[in-house]
Design a protein around this ligand. Structure first.
Ligand code: TXA
Ligand code: MG
Length: 349
């Protein structure tokens, strides 16, 4: 692939330099690709209405063509031309959760290129809760398609340095707005049926959504033990978020988790493997000979979400052969964390 000179621009989120935003928006208007921070992970943006620009995203990421992209907007008026209709349920969700980490699936209008939707008749749309992202979209005055700004299959980028590792030399610009906050991607929600279905658990939790709808379900294909079902969100079927090392996730009661991890790690160390343990702060002192990274606090799972992808990348840099991760409770944001951990460990769901 042709090498590009990727421009790296630092923008202070609390004191936006509008000239820099305008330069980035100019690149998007001309059909270029720009990585930018959002509240979840960094996105790789391009004009959602420009087939050629979209193709550049797929090429830079090495992304499978059938994995559709999320379209990002900065104003809810922007969605009208992109969709067939906006239901009352969608309006309620927009009022309550936008800007924020909730992606809503709509029936697409004819102006949305098929390459955005991977041939589906629906389009995924969200409004990110981040000053840089919102200003960039506003200045470009375009709907912006943006998958996570990583090479396909690698952990999503939660800092500009991760985007540089994966995409430097392949895209036009990287906006460095510091680390992202939430750390796992948006929740993808299908509201076409009677019961809203979470296709990808993410920053807005099932419990949050249940404040708007009495009943919300997960796509059954996401649940353990349903490995014969095909997930409705195409991206969920790929191995994902994968570090270079082999990975296992140990679940159960906390004492059993620690015990099992000790056994596993002993076995791997005997086989001359370099073992990395992804532990919670509660178990800081429970392991010894292994390389330990504390990913967060199991009583405050949002801290684990924030550090998760960064930690996977750190283990790679340390050159461990196997990562053994402590499982956590699947309540709230824990559901999204466990979904990403399982996929990093090579499970389809
Ligand atoms: O937080 C996020 O959502 C980040 C930031 C950059 O906004 N973006 C992101 O994009 O995670 P990506 O491309 O890495 O993931 C998009 C997910 C995939 O699982 C894809 O299959 C699903 O959204 N998706 C997109 N369009 C869809 C559709 N029409 N129906 C079902 N799933 C869809
Ligand atoms: Mg992604």
């Amino acid at each position: 692939m042709e090498r590009k000179n990727t421009e790296i621009v630092k923008i202070n989120n609390d004191n936006l330099d509008i000239d820099k935003i305008k330069t980035a928006a100019g690149i998007l208007k001309k059909g270029g690709v720009v990585a930018f921070p959002t509240e979840t992970v960094y996105g790789l943006g391009a004009n959602a209405l420009d087939e050629k620009a979209i193709e550049k995203i797929f090429i830079a990421k090495g992304r499978p063509q059938d994995n559709p992209l999320i379209v990002h907007v900065s104003d809810k008026k922007q969605i009208e031309p992109l969709v067939e209709d906006i239901s009352k349920e969608a309006l309620d969700l927009i009022d309550k959760f936008w800007p924020g980490p909730l992606t809503i699936i709509f029936r697409k209008s004819s102006i949305i290129p098929n390459s955005i939707t991977g041939g589906l008749s629906t389009v995924a749309i969200r409004m990110p809760d981040h000053n840089v992202a919102l200003e960039l979209i506003k200045e470009a005055n375009l709907p912006i398609a943006a998958p996570s700004a990583n090479i396909s299959g690698r952990p999503s980028p939660t800092d500009s340095i991760h985007v540089m590792e994966d995409l430097n030399g392949k895209i036009d610009m990287i906006i460095d707005g510091g680390p992202t906050g939430i750390g796992v991607e948006s929740t993808v929600l299908d509201i076409s049926g009677d019961v809203p279905i979470i296709l990808r658990p993410g920053g807005v939790t099932k419990e949050d959504l249940q404040r708007v709808f009495p009943r919300v379900d997960y796509d059954p294909a996401l649940e353990d033990g349903n490995s014969s079902l095909v997930p409705k969100s195409p991206g969920q079927k790929y191995r994902h978020y994968s570090p270079k090392a082999e990975m296992v996730v140990v679940c159960g009661e906390i004492n059993d988790i620690v015990q099992k991890i000790k056994e596993l790690s002993k076995k791997h160390i005997k086989e001359q493997k370099k073992v990395g343990i992804m532990a919670t702060v509660q178990n800081r002192n429970k392991y010894d000979k292994e390389t330990i990274i504390i990913v967060g606090d199991r009583d405050r799972p949002e801290t684990i979400a924030t550090n998760l992808f960064k930690t996977l990348r750190e283990f790679d840099k340390l050159g461990v052969d196997i990562i053994i991760a402590e499982g956590i409770n699947e309540k709230g944001i824990g559901k999204a964390i466990m979904n990403r951990l399982r996929k990093a460990a090579g499970k389809r769901r």
